[in-house]
Design a binder for this molecule. Sequence first.
Ligand SMILES: *[C@@H]1O[C@H](CO)[C@@H](O)[C@H](O)[C@H]1NC(C)=O
Ligand SMILES: *[C@@H]1O[C@H](CO)[C@@H](O)[C@H](O)[C@H]1NC(C)=O
Ligand SMILES: *[C@@H]1O[C@H](CO)[C@@H](O)[C@H](O)[C@H]1NC(C)=O
Ligand SMILES: *[C@@H]1O[C@H](CO)[C@@H](O)[C@H](O)[C@H]1NC(C)=O
Ligand SMILES: *[C@@H]1O[C@H](CO)[C@@H](O)[C@H](O)[C@H]1NC(C)=O
Ligand SMILES: *[C@@H]1O[C@H](CO)[C@@H](O)[C@H](O)[C@H]1NC(C)=O
Ligand SMILES: *[C@@H]1O[C@H](CO)[C@@H](O)[C@H](O)[C@H]1NC(C)=O
Ligand SMILES: *[C@@H]1O[C@H](CO)[C@@H](O)[C@H](O)[C@H]1NC(C)=O
Length: 401
Amino acid sequence: MESSRLLLISFLPSMWVVAVATAARSPGCATRCGDIDVPYPFGLDPQCAIHDGFQLNCTTVGRTTKLFYFNVEVTKISVQDGKAWLKTWISRQCYNQTTNDMFVENAWINATDTPYVLSADDNKIIVLGCNSMAYMQSDSAIRNRLYVHMRLPTQNGSCSGTAGCCEADLPSGVRYYQGFFNELYNTTKIWRKTPCNYITVMESAAFNFSTTYLTSTAFYDADDSRTPVVMEWGITRQTCEEAKANETAYACVSDHSGCVSSDAGYRCSCSKGFEGNPYIVDGCTDINECLDSFTYPCAGICENTLGNFTCSCPRGRNVINGVCVKSQRSTWMVPVVGASVGLVTLVIGITCAYLVQERRKLHRIKQRYFRRHGGLLLFEEMKSQHHQGAAAFTIFSEEEL
Ligand SMILES: *[C@@H]1O[C@H](CO)[C@@H](O)[C@H](O)[C@H]1NC(C)=O
Ligand SMILES: *[C@@H]1O[C@H](CO)[C@@H](O)[C@H](O)[C@H]1NC(C)=O
Ligand SMILES: *[C@@H]1O[C@H](CO)[C@@H](O)[C@H](O)[C@H]1NC(C)=O
Ligand SMILES: *[C@@H]1O[C@H](CO)[C@@H](O)[C@H](O)[C@H]1NC(C)=O
Ligand SMILES: *[C@@H]1O[C@H](CO)[C@@H](O)[C@H](O)[C@H]1NC(C)=O
Ligand SMILES: *[C@@H]1O[C@H](CO)[C@@H](O)[C@H](O)[C@H]1NC(C)=O
Ligand SMILES: *[C@@H]1O[C@H](CO)[C@@H](O)[C@H](O)[C@H]1NC(C)=O
Ligand SMILES: *[C@@H]1O[C@H](CO)[C@@H](O)[C@H](O)[C@H]1NC(C)=O
């Protein structure tokens, strides 16, 4: 008979209150845990975090120091993007040679009462295996059913369209999910080649399919049965408008900061031209664009202003193709000025006609290049991939199941 185990993984419910008590960080709070930055609104002590949901634990075991939110490891925090990188567990269904039977571990995560939501943009649902039918149940309206063929894969690299691996998008706003399997699809007949099937939610950028993931336990063992997942976080589950209504609790306290609404609620960001931490008084500081000519190219004289910068050429020079060159018009025109208004009008007229013609020419060249170099090719390819991809997995709605 089948032996089945349930792997208990959860964010324990934290007493997460909607109202934020104080929107200021106490002095003397640690801002690092090992190699990881812990910026406000996060904190390692209750008085250092904006509220319970942002209090993390820094734990040293032996030589390694790790950051935890309850039992979940946190590997990175971004204030700018309002994201946190966590490690979650893999659900698996394996053949056990000792018992000649399948065993199952269903991983689930429950972040219902936390500030975190699974990022729909950064994560994918991934199923690995042969002869597998896996389900992902979440608190959002959609239930995903993913089916992997019994064909052995031949190719490393991308997942979609490859036998042995399939992936699906995550709905937005997911705080709870559970991965599980249909027992009628299992590896009892093929365990010599493929011992296990897996389903997990993970950061798509961190996944490259390898054929060894099917023939061995490499995928499961790579990071101690866990995969990285990207979470979005919000200060409270209010929208920006709701949050702004209570000024004492509003978390965006820095000048030059604004509010962003997301699936997770609201968060803060520094205004354009500013960088830093919008949750701290005076946390957003001006970006000196002139020190970063790669991101903010300027051919002439760069001058930093509050929130912006100006770029100009010395007197008598104009920007042409991104460099300051001696202005031809002014040298030409100096001796002519006053002599003939008619001539000046003519010069301007010619310049305009020339510009219009250049622009038309450029447009024609662009179109030609688009047709010649892959514009249509890419379109055709996308169309055909869409047809192939459609067979790889199907997403059913709850009613259909
Ligand atoms: C998730 O946790 C919340 C409490 O934190 C609980 O009310 C809810 O029932 C849990 N959901 C599931 C599916 O276990
Ligand atoms: C605003 O927030 C403060 C601090 O959390 C709270 O004490 C107060 O009741 C809130 N006011 C309103 C009108 O919700
Ligand atoms: C931090 O650790 C303490 C003591 O082990 C525990 O009681 C608390 O729940 C932990 N908090 C979080 C957010 O992990
Ligand atoms: C297989 O089953 C045996 C006996 O129940 C157990 O001791 C062993 O840990 C199992 N192997 C795996 C990989 O779970
Ligand atoms: C895929 O990559 C693994 C190493 O990561 C290698 O052992 C395996 O042979 C590769 N498979 C194919 C089909 O290239
Ligand atoms: C494996 O699948 C076969 C065929 O679908 C089924 O008869 C069998 O009961 C399954 N075995 C287990 C352990 O679930
Ligand atoms: C996946 O493959 C690409 C290209 O081969 C490589 O640049 C990238 O670092 C790989 N990512 C991981 C997580 O291995
Ligand atoms: C910066 O200056 C440029 C050019 O003057 C202007 O187009 C842009 O809107 C300004 N940006 C900001 C954030 O004020």
